[in-house]
Write a protein that binds this ligand. Structure first.
Ligand code: 5AD
Ligand code: SF4
Length: 422
């Protein structure tokens, strides 16, 4: 979501005549698009910002803007803490970037934006094959650890016609894959439901693959499972954050499902969509997580065998419910639980990858393999990265091509394959 916001910021600035540079020394304006989901992201931002202090002294005309969730949360405080910051723009007010040049810009734009779902913004995309598309903004769920509902506001769904028009335009430009974005796409609600929207996207000529993130397990409907099963372009992959294997901890997290309910959804997905890749998010060391609760998460990892997970240690976010909970766990304990989780999952991921050895996979080519320019890199429908060896007999392969590849080697985080002669 944040990366796509950056593409919009770049799109607006380009339409205003700005030219992008990688080098702050060359810039007239530097924008930080910040994330505050965990403390580490916040620390990284403040140290990057610190580096610009000398530059601003030498070049007083340089303007510095802070956008994103830290901007939203801290508002004026950033201007006080870091006086050489010129503008603060929250994630609901990206459109205001257009006005930075104007003398009457108020320095701070952090109001709730009730028109965000109706606002079309230019996008400067970094990729030529795969594109992100917002279908909704904000979140109503208030998971007790999470800052997002406070920074991105309440859920608002974009009208389906504007989503479909954007995707048609992308298809026309040569994009082959779209990822529909929302904090909880399953609660998309405009003139269409989410499965109905998928059905319409599936009809768009030129688009070969449809993905979506993120699905909240409590809202994963049978209709959506059927859409994944029946719609040709919807990839057989779902990111379904579990967070914890303990129903007691899930309840403290305000996730609104039990572990058994989660398992039932996984069963329904696997029964209806054989071979579906399931990935997840896990938080280690949530307040009050006992060794027993933690053991339930480890057990869940073995039982479910996710294709991959993103695992984090719990990070206290001021203003959230969990930050005020008793039973906060020591950093060293959180880290040791996290490391164990990562190690356990690494083995499971490797095993899952091994099971694809010798299979034929449909690969969408992204571009040359960064590690070996003689190869190409792409992804399976299950979203696994494959490094593809080219075959002299085969026609040249270019980004956006969809080809069949025989998997010949499975590594921990990627696969290797050979093009199958046509
Ligand atoms: N601490 C640790 N992880 C968090 N996440 C969200 N908030 C926190 C937090 N305070 C994780 C969740 C979520 C993912 C995007 O980030 O696992 O699914
Ligand atoms: Fe945060 Fe929960 Fe909303 Fe996801 S669903 S953004 S974890 S509050």
């Amino acid at each position: 979501m944040n990366v796509h916001d950056s593409e919009k910021i770049a799109g607006i600035l380009k339409s205003e005549g700005y030219i992008e540079t990688d080098c702050p020394q060359d810039a007239d304006l530097v924008i930080f698009n910040t994330c505050s989901i965990r403390q580490k992201a916040e620390q990284k931002f403040f140290s990057e910002l610190g580096r610009l202090k000398m530059l601003k002294k030498r070049k007083p005309g340089l303007r510095i803007a802070v956008a994103g969730c830290i901007a939203q949360q801290q508002g004026k405080k950033i201007l006080k803490r870091v006086p050489y910051v010129d503008y603060v723009i929250g994630p609901q007010n990206i459109h205001m970037v257009r006005d930075l040049n104007k003398a009457n810009f108020a320095k701070i734009a952090v109001e709730d934006n009730l028109l965000i779902a109706d606002t079309e913004l230019p996008v400067e995309r970094k990729d030529q094959v795969r594109a992100w598309i917002n279908i909704m903004y904000g979140c109503n769920n208030f998971c007790s650890y999470c800052i997002v509902p406070f920074t991105r506001g309440r859920e608002q769904s974009r009208p389906s016609h504007s989503i479909l028009n954007e995707i048609k335009e992308l298809a026309h430009k040569g994009y082959r894959e779209v990822t529909l974005l929302g904090q909880n796409v399953n609660s998309y609600a405009s003139d269409k439901s989410f499965p109905e929207l998928l059905k319409e996207v599936d009809k768009i000529e030129g688009i070969r693959r449809i993905r979506f993130v993120t699905s909240h397990p409590k809202d994963l409907s049978d209709e959506l499972i059927i859409a994944i099963r029946d719609l040709e372009k919807v990839c057989e992959h779902i990111h379904l954050p579990l967070q914890s294997g303990s129903t007691r901890v899930l309840s403290l997290m305000n996730r609104k499902y039990t572990f058994d309910e989660y398992l039932k959804r996984v069963d329904a997905l696997r029964r209806n969509v054989p071979g579906i890749a399931i990935t997840s998010d896990i938080i280690a060391g949530f307040p009050e997580e006992s060794v027993y609760d933690y053991g339930l998460t480890v057990k869940a990892l073995h039982e479910i065998e996710f294709d991959g997970i993103f695992a984090f240690h719990y990070s206290k976010r001021e203003g959230t419910k969990a930050a005020a909970m008793r039973g906060q766990i020591a950093d060293s304990e959180k880290l040791s639980r996290l490391n164990e989780i990562i190690e356990i999952q690494n083995e499971i991921t490797e095993g899952k990858n091994q099971s694809l050895n010798n299979s034929v996979q449909e690969i969408l080519i992204d571009g040359p393999d960064e590690k070996n320019p003689l190869k190409m890199s792409g992804r399976t429908r299950g979203n696994k990265i494959v490094s593809v060896t080219l075959n002299a007999m085969h026609q040249p392969i270019k980004p956006g091509d969809v080809i069949n590849v025989l998997i010949i080697k499975a590594n921990r985080h990627s696969l290797e394959g050979e093009v199958i002669p046509e």
